[in-house]
Each structure stands twice: as C-alpha cells, then as structure tokens.
Design a protein around this ligand. Structure first.
Ligand SMILES: [Zn+2]
Length: 206
C-alpha cells in the first residue's frame, strides 16, 4: 500500500489498541521479563505496538517509539525507530550510559498534549533479544536514539517523563511548544545560552 494511503487509513480509524492515558495505574507498574516459553507469542505484541505507533503518527504526528505497557501489555517489549526501520527490543537492558547528558523536549503517547523537558544521556548501549530470539546489542548509540530508548525503557519501569522534569517550568502544552519553538529552550534554566532545539517527540518519539 502506498505510504500516503496507509497514513490515511490509520488517521480515520479508531486506535487499534487503546493507549493507556496518564493516571492509569498500569503505566506505573514495572513490566515483567518476557519468559523463554512466551517468546513465540511476542509476534502479536510487536504487531500491536506497530499498529498503535502508526495510528498515533497518523493522528498526532511524529512518534519514534512505544512500550508494551502503554497498550496494557505488562511485559518488557519496546518498539523503536532506527534509521527509518521499526525494531522490537525484547527484555532490553541498558548496559552503559554516557556521563554526559543533554536536555530535550519530549512528548509521550500516553499524554500527547504535554511537552516535557528532560535530561537524557547523549549516548548509551543496550542489549536485548530480537523478534527471532537472538541476542543483539547496540553500542554507543547517538543522542536521538539514546533518548528514545531511555524514554521507552523508562516505561518498562513505570517511569514517565513527568517524573524526570526538574521543575514545572519544564512542562508546557505541546501546541504551545510547536507554536513558539523559539520561546522554549531545551533547558529553560539555560535560556540565554545556545540555540533553541526543534520540538522532538518520543513515544512519543515514543
Ligand atoms: Zn512515553
């Protein structure tokens, strides 16, 4: 199907799997490891995550990752975009994070009306199982992918961007950030330094 038709299809249908909204206690529950004997069943979850991601992208715009708990599946599975490809990470473990971090605006599919400025490591390494149950590792990924992976793995631990905001001034309506991007520096406390960052979305871009 042509990408444009696919986007239109998702835009006008109901969400395939309801995204749990902020306040749902299931977003706060740590997700369980996917057991060995359940791995053959992960294909359905991965498909559901992709469907929900496509629906959100068609309805709300950019999104680069999603975690299984966001659609009510309490297992450690995330789906992230890397180099234009959607990649599932099963039982992901962050094995290294850079000492340096940077602030960026993130949007979460569970509360897409808010933008939250959070610090993220500029790089990290993550090991995980693929959909084929082989082990893979991404070493020292760049800052964009690092922030997406960190955002989604946070979901697996019941942590949301709002928990990482250091002050309420780091939470603004998403529409306001998009309308006035020059007004909001990635780190409000450093507003006089550097140049504004383009709004980014995670599971928002996640
Ligand atoms: Zn999120």
């Amino acid at each position: 199907m042509h990408p444009w038709l696919s986007r239109l299809k998702w835009r006008y249908r109901s969400p395939p799997h309801p995204l749990l909204p902020l306040g749902d206690p299931r977003l706060r529950a740590p997700a369980a490891q996917v057991p060995d004997n359940a791995r053959p069943c992960t294909a359905g979850t991965i498909r559901s995550l992709a469907d929900a991601l496509h629906w959100f992208q068609a309805r709300h715009g950019a999104a680069r990752g999603i975690a299984a708990p966001q659609i009510g599946i309490p297992f450690r599975i995330i789906l992230v975009e890397r180099d234009g490809e959607e990649v599932p990470l099963i039982n992901p473990v962050i094995t290294w994070t850079s000492p340096e971090s940077r602030f960026g605006w993130e949007r979460c599919m569970s509360f897409p009306h808010l933008a939250v400025c959070v610090p993220r490591p500029v790089s990290l390494s993550v090991t995980f199982l693929t959909a084929e149950s082989t082990r893979d590792t991404w070493e020292h990924v760049g800052p964009d992918l690092s922030s997406v992976v960190r955002h989604e793995v946070d979901h697996l631990d019941g942590v949301l961007t709002l928990d990482r905001a250091e002050a309420w001034e780091m939470v603004v309506p998403w529409t306001r950030l998009v309308a006035e991007p020059n007004r909001f520096h990635p780190h409000p406390r450093e507003a006089s330094a550097g140049s504004p960052q383009e709004p980014e979305t995670h599971s928002g871009r996640s």
